[in-house]
Design a protein around this ligand. Sequence first.
Ligand code: FCB
Length: 443
Amino acid sequence: MPLLPPGFVLGAATAAAQIEGATAEDGRGPSIWETYARRHPPADGSDGSVAADHYHRVDEDVALLARLGVSSYRFSISWSRVLPTGRGPVNAAGLDFYDRLVDRLLESGLAPMATLYHHDLPQALEDDGGWINPATAVAFGDYAGIVGERLADRVSSWVPISEPNVAAFLGYGNGTQAPGHRLYFDALHVVHQLLLGHGRAVGALREAGAREVGCANNHAPIWPFSEDPADVGAGKLFDSLWNGMFLEPMLLGRYPVDVAPLMDDLVAPGDLALIRQPLDFYGVNYYSPIRIAAAPDDAPVPFEVFEMLGYPRTDRGWTVVPDALREWLITFRARFRAALPPIVVTEAGASYAVGPDERGVVDDQARIDYLDAHLRAVVEACERGVDVRGFYVWSLLDGFEWTEGLAQRYGLVHVDHETLVRTPKRSFAWYAEVIAAQTRSVG
Ligand code: FCB
């Protein structure tokens, strides 16, 4: 593995709804993911109520992080554990859980990176309209303030909302994730609300004394299906919706020119200034490029996602294209230059369903190859002048992978979903060695 720049942070990431379980314990309120999983059960029937049982195994999991040697851990806070109905009285046991987690991380020498919202809206807010209701973005700002007041003295860095594009377009656009609304283009209203929520939360965190505040936006290079102008046009539009609609408001305080007219009626004076908050880092979650073709005239949206042929795939069928990460980072910097704070890869990883063999070894060479290639892509981007400061592997643990249930395994650590026993995979040992080599090289 070529060397990363000195001070480069190698970390691991998780999200509350995917690992904690204990969804009805110690006063936690329900979130939209339990409801969604009940209505649209994943093939294995799981619903996140146990997941990796992290809520009961925090000590063991922090010990695993320490053994891995990562210098930072990105986790998310369950809004409905802290505020069971999304607003109103704080559930002391919920906030205490994260307080203890942060202390344990610090005792083990790990810098906590806390995400406030990773897809798990309190069900009570959804019952009031969810992110369609502008009151949700206000409640999110209040929640950010409450958590900030308690933890900002110890949390190193903050992500208000993980992947607002996924939350808006999958949750409200095509309905393939919770809460499952199919609003198509009307989901643009939700995009704006999520961005307002981001702006409010950044402000509230700063007021509470937060040190570093950034974001974690899912970005995908968009490749047109063919050179046919219809496919190229569909690809450009999709790029503005998937990528531009989030990075331009956050970094430049405007919507991309081609979609701005669609937003005119939704944007009130002052909104874009609220959204464009100075960020200490720009988090990029990267998995793979997306191939887009023009859709038939009678389709509800003018683009269609097409399979990408000719590339290796993970067990989930996602294509493995590390070069696309390098190119995306380089182009991103070239486009935004001074407006771009340092970049952190806040998620990258792959699903391979390998389990322990008869000796108890989990030989996930494919994950090692995936991570190695993507880290090399980051090194190459750094060599080309892109300021990338960190890389968080998705994920520490095999967990509840949303609509896929427990079937997709992203962890460096295997979780037996019957016994909940943790077994570090070969990728865990490999990553530990990469981290140790990096630490040795910088003394
Ligand atoms: C990302 C999500 C994360 C996980 C990975 C595989 O988009 O942020 O929770 O599901 O995909």
